[in-house]
Design a protein around this ligand. Structure first.
Ligand SMILES: [Zn+2]
Length: 104
């Protein structure tokens, strides 16, 4: 009796072991949690949100007539985009680690 958890392939119903990378039933690629595509999309969306926040801060400071070197806004945009990308990536990775996706 094996202690290893068995998972039913959502594509072909073959039972594979937790940790397997390829389904022996349909030869599909097995992903645990978010797929690489979902992780990449999450990074792009997070970076976009970070960039938008930086632009918003830029316009608010213009409205308030706060003089800040434009170079600092570029830096702020890069930092916020990187932070946003990381946070949204982490959110997607942590969302549902038990999710199983099989792609052919
Ligand atoms: Zn399968």
């Amino acid at each position: 009796m094996s202690s290893q958890a068995q998972i039913k392939c959502p594509l072909c119903s073959f039972l594979f072991n937790q940790g397997d990378r390829i389904c022996q039933g349909c030869k599909g690629r097995i992903y645990y949690g978010a797929t690489p595509y979902e992780r990449n999309e999450a990074k792009k969306v997070g970076a976009g949100i970070g960039g938008l926040i930086a632009i918003a801060i830029f316009f608010i400071s213009m409205q308030l007539s706060i003089a800040i070197n434009f170079g600092w806004f570029i830096l702020l945009g890069v930092v916020l985009a990187a932070v946003g990308a990381f946070l949204n990536w982490k959110r997607v990775v942590d969302k549902d680690p038990s999710k199983i996706t099989v792609t052919k």
